[in-house]
Each structure stands twice: as structure tokens, then as C-alpha cells.
Design a binder for this molecule. Structure first.
Ligand code: HPA
Ligand code: ZN
Length: 326
């Protein structure tokens, strides 16, 4: 089989996906019109041509701006529904999605607006084609520890709908240990844990996510190659890394896809997975990410199969559910 067919036909899980990062320019413009919001773009092409990023922060500025068009429950429903339809198309049979409550609560839109919108779409997709999905509540690390605690408090009535907590936004200068107490409280509430680390930040931040936040996965983690002891540790623990190839190129973590280190990580025995991160901003959904690897790196059919299998191994599915896909 050609590798493109293999990529399409393999059942896959997606583990690093920001639902706010799936907001397509078409929906952004139509919601701006619906709510009479002024955006610094006149056309869809204007939006797309603004997506030329130098680093993580230059992306985040446009990501928070884009999210400002999400106002009512139907907007959040539509955002989630469109993404889950894409999962069906890409054979993404299970997804663990991050959402950023503070992106919305900071502008006066509460859990009672976005949670029912998200969960209505998730239940509908589950009913219509058996789509499996769960939510990861991600704290914005550029905001204070107090703000994260307030967010956890506001989430209390919705905890049955939330599987895990995460940590995203501006990494440099906001190390994992800033949120050690929030993650400890989250753990005591029965929440699982992930954190972005080693995307722009150093390998030390990966150690800190492991030791101070007690995470089950590292989001990104590509800078682990800078610390051989860390590489050995990640391999021996089979600690998953949720790698996002197109994201890393758009945010200049690597110059070109041919320079990406994903095969180095795989060859070192790490539990590597492929993910889309913020597909509408980075130019592709999950299968686009696999195709970009196949087009630029000497990746084998066997390695593509391993990456897809790893996505289930690294997931929060229980052993019976994992066995179904492995
Ligand atoms: N890194 C950090 N914060 C984010 C990202 C990311 O890739 N996407 C959305 N928020
Ligand atoms: Zn991310």
C-alpha cells in the first residue's frame, strides 16, 4: 500500500489538540458578523495570510484574538462539531482535546456557556458514529497561580465531564513548578495530568513537569534531545510525548520538516505520538501531519504503524478499550 493510504486507513487517536485552535477562518468571520465583532481582517485570505508566525507568542496573540468571536453556546457547539466531523473523515476514532477556560472566562464567558456547547457536540458525535472523545482543561501558564485555582473552582460542577488538566500558553518564563499546587489539588480531585514542556522551553522544564506536576504525558517535549539522561529516563518510563510536526515548523521550533527530530525520538525508544495541536492555524489536521512527515523524512510503513499504535498506548482509554484498537 502507498503510505498515504496507510495513513488514511489506520485508526488513530489524537492526544494534543486545542479545540480553540480548530477555529477555521470561515467560521471566525461568520461568527464575527453574527456578533458584530470588529476583527483586523476583511477577507478569509487576510486571515490566512496573517498566519505567518516567528515563535509561540506571535501565534498565541492571533489565537486569543480569533477565540474572541466565540460568544454563545451554539458557537462552542459549532466549533466542536466541525472538529469531530474532521475526526470522522481522518479516522481519528478517539480524541483527547484541550480547552482553555481562561481564554473565555477572562472576557466574561463562563463554564455554563462553553461546557454545554462542547458536550452537546461530543454526545451527538458519539451517538451518530461512535466517536470517542474526552476533555482536558488547560490552564494558561502566563496567568497567575491564583487565576488557575479560580478556574479549578469554577470547574467543580463540571468535573464529571473533565478527564484531565493541562498547561499551555507562553512557556518561557512560566515553568511548570509555578502550577505545582494547582496540579496537586487537581490530582486530589481525581483529575489526570498533562503539560506542555520542551516546546520552546528547555529540557529542565520537562524534568519539572515530571517531578513537580506528576504528569502522564509531555505535550511537545521535542527539546528532550538536549539532555541524554532525560532521553534515557523518558524511554525507560515509556513516558509519552505528543509531538506536533506542522506546529513545530509554523512556530519555528525547527526550520524545515526535514530537520524535525521525531525519528530521532522514535529510534531512541520513546513513546512518540503525532498530533495536530492547532490545525486551523498550522495548516493541517492529523492526517496532514502524518503526510508531512512521509513527504519529508525517511519514515517507514512500520514507523507509521508504530506512531498510530502509540497514540492508543499513550491515551487515557482503559486497558479494554486500548486492546480493541491495538
Ligand atoms: N503551545 C502552547 N500553548 C498553546 C499551544 C501550543 O502549541 N496551542 C495553544 N496554546
Ligand atoms: Zn499545544
Amino acid at each position: 500500500t502507498p503510505i498515504a493510504e496507510l495513513i488514511n486507513s489506520l485508526p488513530k487517536a489524537e492526544l494534543h489538540l486545542h479545540i480553540e485552535g480548530t477555529l477555521e477562518p470561515e467560521l471566525m468571520m461568520s461568527l464575527a458578523t453574527k456578533h458584530d465583532i470588529a476583527l483586523p481582517y476583511s477577507t478569509i485570505d487576510d486571515v490566512r495570510s496573517a498566519y505567518n508566525f516567528d515563535n509561540l507568542q506571535s501565534f498565541l496573540d492571533l489565537y486569543y484574538l480569533g477565540a474572541s468571536v466565540l460568544r454563545d453556546e451554539d458557537d462552542f457547539y459549532r466549533l466542536m462539531w466541525d472538529y469531530l466531523c474532521k475526526c470522522k473523515e481522518d479516522n481519528v476514532v478517539h480524541v483527547e482535546m484541550m480547552f482553555d477556560p481562561q481564554t473565555h472566562t477572562e472576557r466574561g464567558i463562563g463554564f455554563e456557556v462553553f461546557m454545554p456547547g462542547f458536550t452537546r457536540a461530543m454526545h451527538q458525535a458519539e451517538q451518530e458514529w461512535g466517536q470517542s472523545s474526552l476533555l482536558i482543561m488547560s490552564f494558561l501558564r502566563h496567568l497567575s497561580e491564583d487565576s488557575a485555582f479560580e478556574t479549578l473552582d469554577a470547574a467543580m460542577p463540571y468535573l464529571p465531564m473533565i478527564a484531565a488538566v493541562g498547561l499551555d500558553s507562553s512557556e518561557l518564563g512560566n515553568p511548570p513548578e509555578k502550577f505545582a499546587r494547582v496540579f496537586a489539588k487537581s490530582k486530589s480531585l481525581g483529575l489526570l495530568r498533562v503539560a506542555h514542556a520542551g516546546e520552546e522551553g528547555p529540557a529542565e522544564y520537562i524534568w519539572s513537569a515530571l517531578n513537580e506536576l506528576d504528569v502522564h504525558r509531555i505535550d511537545h517535549g521535542v527539546r528532550s534531545v538536549e539532555d541524554t539522561q532525560l532521553m534515557t529516563h523518558l524511554a525507560s518510563k515509556q513516558m509519552p510525548l505528543t509531538v506536533c510536526p506542522l506546529s513545530n515548523i509554523k512556530l519555528c521550533v525547527f526550520d524545515k520538516m526535514v530537520d524535525h527530530n521525531i525519528l530521532t525520538l522514535l529510534d531512541a525508544g520513546l513513546l512518540v505520538t503525532v498530533n495536530a495541536d492547532d490545525p486551523s492555524y498550522f495548516g493541517g489536521y492529523l492526517n496532514d501531519n502524518y503526510r508531512a512527515l512521509a513527504a519529508n523524512l525517511p519514515i517507514t510503513h512500520e514507523q507509521v504503524r508504530t506512531l498510530a499504535e502509540n497514540s492508543f498506548k499513550a491515551s487515557f482509554l482503559d486497558d479494554v478499550q486500548k486492546a480493541h484498537w491495538l
